[in-house]
Design a protein around this ligand. Structure first.
Ligand code: NAP
Length: 437
């Protein structure tokens, strides 16, 4: 039976779900050899370096990735960068299909004055820092202030806010990177303010994230009741309001009326605050906002009113875009594609395909759609040999066995500390741990 060779670039959720969809397609009389290339020495993408440490249950999806990796037609080539160590052209020539699953890792900027100041960061730097991504261990972050402001009303903003405001004893039981835990243990931050530029009805928090705020240990979560009630009135008056928005608003209202614990840790969510300027001599000292209003038609209008918040840290969580990969066209923050097709036998899945929207599970149906397209377009399998030698000649590959050694070592090191794992965060240590002897 002919065997098609497919290479997936990026070992995150979109990459694994693509491999899974290909494995499932084998019942239709087709056979696949699936290679996953990964720039880092470790796989699992956002499950390792994006999902917040206090959301360990979400990371349970890695069990699915392990199952996919156990199939005999799956191979991991980690510590190999497509577009640099091996070109996209070389891959397209040798494989029957090449699937980009490279995500969107560049944090969008606010493009306001003062954004360059020390302690003004994007979530694309802060999140991988606390999650132990080896490229972000040295991000300079100063937590020696009482107040931090997070810009954006999405789930990433909430993840960032929780991590900053939670009692670090809670994070100590997770797989948070040790360097981040140490800094959070010494952090003076007690007040975190999440600022959305539109109204509560426009926030993109999902229900599970909102629910997780209702039992945040040792933290008072504060919504402004009149702000939420006004949004509820507007939303109910508007015939197009979704059920989801109405339930989100109700969840926010309940949070607003929940009796406060009088804790010294406070997470405040404010709306209709448009960031205008970050002020400070060399470091962040203040963030100024214009106050927006929602008019009768739901349009956002900037009022004359202003607001200034004294703070020592600003993190913008306002979405992501894809980083450039040589010879792959990028448009509007994603890889230019039509329903997953880039050109010839080059395809794209996940955030790189559709932009930075959707939870981990969204990648499953997305990958499955692109695999259907690949299946429909496959011709005769290519008979070019020597792929392994080519890849191995370009970098010191960490294969599945190498990753399993790293994984086992991290889990073992975490055990005596009561953690699910103690992450290794240095490139050279990861490579030597995963080295095949
Ligand atoms: P998001 O949901 O798109 O939220 C981005 C926020 O940034 C929006 O509130 C947006 O406001 C705001 N924004 C954009 N440009 C801005 C600007 N110039 N000034 C001020 N605010 C601005 O994106 P995300 O939070 O990065 O999340 C990405 C995806 O990952 C989402 O689908 C999310 O659900 C998912 N995710 C899920 C989880 C989870 O399930 N636990 C955790 C993290 C992320 P406007 O609406 O006004 O544009």
């Amino acid at each position: 039976m002919p065997v098609y060779k497919v290479v997936i670039i990026g070992a995150g959720p979109a990459g694994y779900f693509t491999a899974q969809a290909l494995q499932k397609a084998q019942i239709n009389g087709m056979k696949f050899q699936i290679d996953i290339l990964e720039r880092l020495p470790t796989p699992w993408g956002l499950v390792r370096s994006g999902v917040a440490p206090d959301h360990q249950k979400t990371k349970g999806v890695s069990k699915v990735f392990e199952k996919i990796a156990r199939e005999p037609n799956f191979r991991l080539f980690a510590n190999l960068e497509a577009g640099k160590d091996v070109s996209i052209r070389e891959l397209c020539e040798r494989y029957d299909a090449v699937v980009m699953a490279t995500g969107a890792s560049i944090g969008n900027r606010l493009r306001i004055p003062g954004e360059h100041l020390v302690n003004s960061l994007t979530a694309a730097e802060f999140v991988p820092w606390y999650n132990g991504h080896p490229d972000f261990t040295n991000v300079p972050i100063d937590l020696n202030h009482h107040t931090a402001v997070i810009i954006g009303a999405g789930n990433v903003a909430i993840d960032v806010a929780r991590t900053l405001v939670l009692d670090p004893r809670i994070l100590d039981q997770t797989d948070i990177a040790q360097h981040a835990l140490l800094q959070l243990q010494n952090s003076k931050i007690r007040h975190v303010i999440v600022c959305g530029r539109r109204g509560p009805e426009h926030a993109s928090f999902t229900m599970p994230e909102l629910r997780s705020l209702s039992n945040l240990e040792g933290v008072d979560v504060c919504f402004n009741l009149s702000e939420i009630e006004s949004a509820q009135k507007r939303a109910k008056a508007h015939s197009m309001t979704s059920k989801e928005t109405l339930s989100n608003l109700e969840a926010m209202r309940l949070l607003a009326i929940t009796e406060k614990k009088r804790s010294d840790r406070k997470l405040e969510i404010r709306f209709l605050t448009k960031p205008i300027e970050i002020k400070g001599k060399s470091k962040v000292e203040e963030l100024s906002f214009g106050i927006n209003q929602v008019d009768i038609n739901g349009e956002i209008l900037l009022s004359q009113e202003k607001l200034a918040i004294k703070c020592g840290l600003v993190i913008s969580a306002v979405g992501y875009g894809v980083g450039g990969i040589k010879s792959v066209p990028v448009e509007n923050g994603r890889i230019k594609n039509i329903r997953g097709k880039v050109r010839n036998n080059l395809y794209v899945v996940g955030w790189a395909k559709r932009g930075p929207v959707g939870v981990i599970g969204t990648n499953k149906s997305d990958a499955s759609d692109v695999v259907d397209l690949i299946l429909a377009e496959l011709k005769q399998p290519k008979s070019i040999s020597g792929i392994d030698d080519l890849l191995k000649s370009r970098s010191e590959i960490i294969d599945q066995g190498g990753w399993e050694k790293i994984n086992a070592m991290e889990i073992l090191s975490g055990k005596p500390l009561g953690k699910p794992r103690l992450k290794e965060v240095k490139w050279d240590r990861l490579i030597s741990l995963g080295r095949s002897i």
